[in-house]
Design a protein around this ligand. Structure first.
Ligand code: ZN
Length: 185
């Protein structure tokens, strides 16, 4: 259902745009169950003064889910990320029982979703995972290009070079920002 995917991804991109405005690495996430957005979250502590590689958007979203929806069956949850989840987030969500992942922009440097589960130990081999890539990719790409033009996090990395080399149909981040802000959440 591509329209549904786009609807939820737009909500994730609003979180990403807010993270960008706050100077954070612009990953936004929403968690959806039974057609309802239960959790909205974004990357925290990506800036130099308090930098860590724990407070990723998906981990922050999972913490909120566990505290506010503790009784929810995790297999009903879909993850919408503005960027492909990294290995830490992907495996943490898998271990938490979540099986559906949708993302906008591929992480060619640190994306973890091509992990070969069938080559791992039995717990992982049994996991049936649904992956959907490139939903509203251009909108997310615009946000990441803006980020890499302005910030030093992962500057001069494979990800920044790849991101800045990608063709953008909508050249101005501001257009995307306005478009996102105008959407009902
Ligand atoms: Zn991550």
């Amino acid at each position: 259902m591509p329209e549904k995917h786009e609807h939820y991804m737009r909500a994730a991109l609003i979180e990403a745009a807010a993270a960008l405005k706050a100077g954070e690495f612009p990953v936004g996430v929403v968690l959806v169950a039974d057609g309802e957005i239960l959790v909205r979250a974004s990357r925290r502590n990506s800036q130099a003064q308090s930098r860590n590689e724990i407070d990723h958007a998906e981990i922050n979203a999972l913490r909120i889910l566990l505290s506010e929806h503790a009784q929810l069956e995790p297999s009903r949850v879909s993850v919408y990320s503005s960027m492909e989840p990294c290995l830490m987030c992907y495996s943490t969500l898998l271990l938490s029982g979540i099986r559906r992942f949708v993302w906008a922009y591929e992480d060619v440097m640190g994306g973890g979703t091509n992990l070969a589960l069938q080559q791992l130990n039995p717990l992982y081999q049994a996991m049936q995972v649904e992956l959907v890539a490139s939903v509203l990719r251009q909108e997310s790409l615009a946000i990441f290009q803006q980020f890499f033009r302005e910030h030093d996090y992962w500057q001069d990395s494979l990800l920044s070079h790849y991101t800045l080399s990608q063709q953008l149909d909508k050249p101005l981040y501001q257009q995307v920002d306005r478009q996102l802000s105008g959407e009902p959440s």
